[in-house]
Each structure stands twice: as C-alpha cells, then as structure tokens.
Design a protein around this ligand. Structure first.
Ligand SMILES: [Zn+2]
Ligand SMILES: [Zn+2]
Length: 402
C-alpha cells in the first residue's frame, strides 16, 4: 500500500516536471522499470510525510528535476540527484534544460520546478551535463580604460546603461565521462563538460560567470521589498541622502570605486543577474535591491536614517549584513595592506580570478599610501578585507544592484 502511494507521488512529480518542460520527450524504455526504483523518485520520498501522503507533489529541487529529465531522455540512466548539485544545464537531443537561476532576475524566487526547457543543443551527441569551471575568468582592464572610469555620484534617478550586456552559454573541450556501469546507461553517451556562461558587452567578452556558485557564497544579500505609498512613476527624489557612486559600465565594477556604489539596471534582469554575479566574484559585498524599489518610500519610513542604505530594508531594520557581526565599521577591499589590520575572512579566495592582477595605477601612485583607503584593484589570491578604524563612514566595496 505504501509503495502505491510512493508510486503516485512519483507520477505526480513527473507530471509536475513535464508540465513545465513543454515539448520534452520521454523515452519509452523508461517503462521497463518501476517508477519507485529511480534515484530521482526516491529522493522525492526522502521528504515524504505521512500527513501529506495523498497530496500531489507541488515542487522539486533543481537536482531532482535534472535527474528526472536524464532518466526520461535516456530511458535508462539513473543518476543520483545529489551528484548533480553543480549542474547548470543539460543538453540532450534538441532540448537544453537550464537551471532557472540562469534565466531569472537575481531577486526573484525560483519556480516550483526550477528548470526551463529551451529548444537547442550544444552540438555534441548524447547527454551533456554542464558544470561551471573552477576558476571563472575576468577580463583585465587595459591601461587605456582609465578615461572610461567616472564613478559619478548617485542622485536617486534610475537608468540602464547596460542594455548591450548579453549572456552566452558555451561548452569547453574538457569532458569527463560518467561511469555508465554505475548509472545503467546502455546506449546513451553521457558526460560532464564545463559550461561557460560568458558575459559580453557590445559583443566583446568581459567575464565568465559562475551563477550557481553564487548561492554558495555568503557575501551578498537580497534586500526585502519596501511598500510604495506614493504611486508616482517618477523615481526622482530631491536629494539622495547617502553617498553612492554610480557604476555605469562594467569597467567601473572591476575598478571598484573608493565608495559604496550602485549599479542601475532597472527592468533589465539579465544585466542585474550578470553584474550581481560578477560583483560577488570580484569579492565586493553585494546587495540586490528589489526591482521595483521606490527610494522615496524607502527613505520616508525612517525618522532617523541609518548610516547605510541596506539598513533601510527588512523587517524592523534587522537586515543582516554579510560583513558586520560587530560594530559598524568602514571597510576596504584591498589587495595589499598592513597585516596587523587584516581580518581574515572566508571569502573563498581560491575562487578568485588568477589573472585579475592589480591594475596599473597609472599616475595615481603618488597620492596613495597604506593609510588611505584604496579602491579594490582586483582581488588576488591572498585577498583579505582590511578594517580601517575611524577613517570614514563610507563602506567601500559595497555594491548595490538596482
Ligand atoms: Zn513610493
Ligand atoms: Zn571590492
């Protein structure tokens, strides 16, 4: 009897997943095996509760959806969902199954089946599972790019100067076969490859992004939404109360300003996603502002404005801060610095881009010394965040994505 319920649960999960993946095909071979015997369906029973025994499944994990699609595409391959946590996309036949995090604004929730089907393929036979490379590359700034960097002061106005940013998915030559004996493949080839999500600006490569990897990192926050009472479509405010520099080009993000800063890409989910991931990869503390935020109403809620914009969000002002467990302090992100002031933080420095060298500071060296907060000139392997006591209230390296 219990098995029957399990089977019904699995069928309802299958219906849920394939309702979402319009046009996906299911191999008839899958009928040769009981639905309860697959690892993806067993993974769904792991969270099985007696109270909900007769209810249908209304959500599954990305890994379960991927394991289920591999089973259905091949009819024979039985992968453990736990082995697919790094998989961002799967190509099989004319279907590309993509984690919806790659296709969503970073502030939005994943859907109950967090995978989308896109018609297309990567030009390789069999089933190709894409995982991000260990060291996503980031372009170095040329000396000539200094004139591009302005970091203008933010005045509260929205803008989107990132309309020419695009994301491209490609795969590497590297591949790793999956042990077919252990997964039961008879005639389908299956392998892992590196899937590379490339960020391009005006068609030129800027960086490779590890979008799923972002969820494993601590140094970013989604800011909760703030109700807008003014209902005015204009985003203009008389004077913006905090000092934020505008990042209007990707160069200005790599050359992080000596001030908290804001990226304005309203209504452009792709740029918001790409720049949030790039900002986190660069080691900046990143705050993702709700897409429809009204700054006026955000500010209006406070009789006394907090020192930093992120403190305006969340219930009762307790928005947690990825960096601050103690007192408010100013923080700089620097590739060198006095070791006595260093605090070692687990910033996953081994994820940092190896060819992200400190930039040529070209004519700025003279005025810089250890005491002055430097902008972050790329983050190197030994990157650590340096505390500068009482230098300034400005939180360097805080990047807001609006
Ligand atoms: Zn408002
Ligand atoms: Zn930084």
């Amino acid at each position: 009897m219990f098995e029957l319920y399990q089977g019904l649960k699995a069928v309802s999960a299958l219906a849920l997943i394939y309702n979402k993946l319009h046009g996906a095909r299911i191999s008839l071979q899958i009928a040769n095996r009981r639905i309860n015997d697959w690892k993806w369906s067993q993974s769904i029973y792991d969270i099985f509760e007696y109270e909900s025994m007769v209810e249908s499944i209304d959500q599954c994990s990305r890994e379960e959806a991927f394991a289920c699609t591999v089973a259905c595409e091949s009819g024979t391959i039985d992968l453990d969902p736990k082995s697919l946590s790094a998989v961002m996309a799967i190509s099989s036949g004319n279907s590309l199954y993509v984690a919806d995090r790659l296709l969503l604004d970073p502030w939005k929730d994943s859907s109950p089946v967090p995978v989308e089907r896109i018609v297309g393929n990567v030009g390789r036979p069999g089933i190709v599972m894409m995982i991000a490379p260990d060291q996503p590359r980031i372009r170095k700034l040329d000396e000539g790019t200094w004139h591009l960097i302005n970091h203008a002061e933010f005045d509260g106005a929205s803008d989107d100067t990132f309309q020419e940013l695009t994301l491209h998915l490609s795969i590497s030559d590297w591949q790793q076969a999956v042990d077919i004996n252990s997964v039961g493949s008879r005639d389908t080839e299956i392998c892992f490859v590196n899937g590379i999500v490339g960020l391009h600006d005006h068609g030129e490569w800027v960086a490779d992004l590890d979008i799923l990897g972002m969820s494993q990192r601590e140094d970013w926050r989604l800011l909760s939404s703030v109700t807008c009472y003014c209902n005015v479509s204009s985003t203009k405010i008389i004077s913006f109360p905090w000092s934020l520099s505008c990042i209007d080009k990707w160069e200005e993000l790599i050359e992080c300003p000596a001030n908290a800063s804001i990226i304005r890409a309203r209504d452009n989910w792709q740029a918001r996603l790409a720049l949030a991931v790039l900002s986190v990869q660069l080691g900046h503390t990143t705050y993702i502002i709700p897409p429809n935020l009204c700054w006026k109403c955000c500010i209006r809620q406070h009789a006394v404005l907090p020192a930093n914009p992120f403190q305006c969000f969340g219930e009762d002002g307790n928005t947690s801060d990825p960096n601050m467990n103690e007192e408010p302090r100013s923080e700089i992100c620097s590739s060198d610095g006095d070791s006595s002031r260093k605090i070692q933080e687990d910033w996953q420095s081994d994820d940092m881009e190896s060819d992200c060298e400190p930039l040529n500071k070209d004519g700025r060296d003279e005025e810089e010394n250890d005491e002055e907060p430097l902008a972050c000139f790329g983050h190197r392997e030994n990157m650590s965040h340096t505390m500068a006591q009482g230098v300034s209230k400005s939180r360097l390296c805080d990047v807001y994505i609006w």
